[in-house]
Structure formats: C-alpha cells, structure tokens
Design a protein around this ligand. Structure first.
Ligand code: URA
Length: 207
C-alpha cells in the first residue's frame, strides 16, 4: 500500500486539540482549520516534481527549480472547502474541482449530487476532506477523479478513522493519505471518536 502519512508537528497537534474542544466556536474553528491546512498542505506537496528553468536574476542568469505542473485540488463538499482555503494559500496557482457527496443516514453510502472538475489529465490531484470516516465518500470521489486520467492522486484529511483508512486502502491502494491524526474508531452512526463532531456543521455553524 502507498503510504499513510501522519503529520507529526507540535503546531498541528496543538491546533487540532483546540478544534476538538466542544466549546470552540465556528469562527475560531474555521480559523484553526485554515491555519492547520497550511501546515498539512506543506507536507502533502513536499515531493511534487520540479524542473530546472533558466531565469535572469538582477545579477546573472541561472538554472532554478519550479513546479513541473500546477496541481489540481478537489474538495469534497461541503466540509472539504474548509481545508481548501489554506491549501490554496500555499498553492495559489492550483486549479480547483468540487464533488458534492452526502451520506445516506441509513446506509452511510455516499450519494453524489454535484461534480465539476478542471482538466486533470496527467496532473497531480490532491483530494481534500477533513474527515476520513467510513471512507465511502472518499472512495467515491477518488473513483470520479480517476476517470479523468490524473498522473497521481493524494488524499488529504484532518482526522482519519482506522476503518476509513482500511476502506480507502482496499478501494484505492495507489492513493497515499495525509492526515493530522488517526483517531480511535467510528461510533455506531459513523462519527469519528474522539473526533471533533460534524466538520461541516462546525465550520459553517449549522446543526
Ligand atoms: N463526518 C464528520 O463531519 N464527522 C465525523 O466524525 C465523521 C464524518
């Protein structure tokens, strides 16, 4: 299996603890999510391919590295948009796709209601969703992305449940996962424990 990357950084751990607290209001939660996503984006892009280009500095000509291609970032609606802002601050030239999926409350299956992607053939695609819970939404989003012929795909989340990691590994063994934490388990209604609750509700102040 391609790697599971748990981003081990004191600032990530500290901010995540503040996000988990039930008393943290949406305004603060959003701010923390943007800050943490900057740090996660830094890690998930660590090995993006570079090529040397000839440039002219004020002093001389020189060969210097730049990204081979701008990556594509795909947000799984709606909570993915909470991670997207920070990722785009680090990679402002990225193009952005959205896929809308909701969980059927009874079956926990992912149902698609929206999908719009930029061209992604031959590109690196980073799929973002704060919570890797059952893995159903992530696997469905990756199916859609793969149908568009990217060169490689990475999955970036904030929290992952062991069950979600296993499900995503089984469905998409070629996709590496980056997360700030692997939590204990899913509860009987598919929430991550200890988790942080419903990420979409906490980002947008809904209930
Ligand atoms: N989605 C969430 O927002 N939270 C969970 O704990 C699981 C899925």
């Amino acid at each position: 299996m391609t790697g599971l990357n748990v981003v081990d950084h004191p600032l990530v751990a500290h901010k995540l603890t503040q996000m988990r607290r039930v008393e943290t209001p949406s305004s603060q939660f959003r701010l923390l999510l943007t800050e943490i996503s900057l740090l996660l984006a830094y890690e998930v892009t660590r090995d993006l391919p570079l090529r040397d280009v000839r440039i002219t500095t004020p002093l001389t000509e020189s060969d210097q590295p730049e990204l081979v291609d701008d990556p594509v970032v795909v947000s799984i609606l709606r909570a993915g948009n909470g991670l997207l802002d920070g990722v785009l601050q680090v990679i402002p030239s990225a193009r952005v796709g959205h896929v809308g999926l909701y969980r059927d409350h009874d079956t926990l299956e992912a149902i698609e209601y929206y999908c719009k992607f930029p061209p992604m053939e031959g590109r690196t695609v980073i799929v973002v969703d704060p919570m890797l819970a059952t893995g159903n939404s992530a696997a469905a989003a990756l199916d859609r992305v793969k149908a568009n012929g990217p060169a490689s795909i990475r999955f970036l989340c904030l929290l992952a449940a062991p069950e979600g990691i296993e499900a995503l590994r089984a469905a998409h063994p070629d996709v590496a996962i980056w997360t700030a934490s692997v939590d204990e388990c899913l509860n009987e209604v598919g929430y991550i424990v200890p988790g942080l609750g419903d990420a979409g509700d906490r980002i947008f102040g809904t209930t």
